[in-house]
Design a protein around this ligand. Sequence first.
Ligand SMILES: *Cc1c(COP(=O)(O)O)cnc(C)c1O
Length: 393
Amino acid sequence: MEQTETLKRDLHPSYIELSKAALKNNLDFLRRKAGKGVTISSVIKGNAYGHGIDTFLPMAEECGISHFSVFSADEAVKALQASQNPDTHVMIMGMIADEAVEWAIGRDISFYVFEFGRMEKAIEAAKKTKKRAKLHILVETGMHRTGFERKELDRVIAYLKENREYLKVEGICTHFAGAESVANYVRIQNQKQRFAEAVKRFKSEIGPIPRIHAASSAALLAYPDTIYNMVRIGIAQYGFWPSREVYMLLKRKDRREGRDPLVRLMCWKSSVMSLKEVEEGEFIGYGNFHLTNRRERIATVPVGYKHGYPRNLTNTGFVLIRGERAKVSGLVNMNMITVDVTDIPNVQKGDEVVIIGKQGSQEISLASFGELANNLNYEVLTRLPVDLPRMIV
Ligand SMILES: *Cc1c(COP(=O)(O)O)cnc(C)c1O
């Protein structure tokens, strides 16, 4: 059943709006940073960082993106289903089972290889499908997660040369171990150098390679010499900084960037479900988490931990109602929260509630979901449930 936007809004207790204007703004900024002739591969793993592959991908296509990076084969399926553009290309950066290699080649999906076993599978499958496998050779430069070691490269090159008929080297790539923090500066410098050496070697042995890529959002912004001819951009396209450090670095380098050049795409909204006056000295909700110390007006909002609203925001989180902040008062439940609206005049059942994003001049940032963990943005975003409806505004 096709759900119209209005129906989605009526059926679901909360929903996520995605701003196309914000995406355009961010891509313009990132294209400026990447420079002419550099492909931006839009990283859409983790259900497009919680933005929803189904909704996000066609919108990104309309903004001129035709290369998408996913982690695993199931995400590639989703991406191809959502795509409206026959020229869109999908690249798998991580997990693909041996059994799925033939499927990927048949659908023209390119994928990372970092083990000889996968290359052998690719040859077998290429023979069967009578199509060359499009490979991205992942080289180990210091991340120590996946990737061919330096001492294996001779064998990799020989293998690729021998099997040219079946294997096409679509790309050569690596990934940096924490370009978002200056604490990793030396490690990144070493990785950059090892990658440059590997690229040189491959080019001289194999010939031209269509896509050479290493940079994620942080590397693009903090280490422009990692750009090559493609960058893999996740978090920044959605309007979030990889870390506060990267933002400060950019501000220092470019004083013209007065305002934040990235705009958040996402606004997570719900509405007031019910209201209640509670006398002074009463507990609200389960247990004894919140004791009223005056007569309080309490609104229930149908969003809970089931929907990705963190339980540790009990008594500490805020939402926006009528352009003002209302504090979560009492335990975060599975499907709802209770918020104190005593000081916000005139709150009515059905009023819009913003859980993440802007309302009037106020904003609830992702970071305010908990300030401490470094990569928290990534985690909160990808925990947003798949079944929350997303719609473009
Ligand atoms: C997630 C990921 C990216 C994108 O990282 P961002 O920091 O979100 O830009 C790039 N490359 C690889 C291999 C990744 O796993």
